[in-house]
Design a protein around this ligand. Structure first.
Ligand SMILES: [Zn+2]
Length: 58
């Protein structure tokens, strides 16, 4: 699974399901990060209180 992390809104998207409704296009390019690391995603969720996107979240 590929994830798109939006550091501006502190939200995490699944790239397969992400779309315009996710709103990350409004965030700066340099605030977006792609990763395949589930452990990194879970660390952000649990330690940094990032949120899974309601539109494409797992
Ligand atoms: Zn999303």
């Amino acid at each position: 699974m590929n994830y798109l992390i939006d550091h501006e809104t502190e939200s995490i998207h699944r790239t397969t399901f992400a779309g315009d409704q996710c709103g990350f296009h409004n965030s700066s390019m340099d605030k977006r990060e792609f990763t395949q690391s589930l452990s990194y995603v879970e660390k952000l969720l649990t330690e940094h209180h990032y949120k899974k996107c309601v539109f494409c979240g797992s």
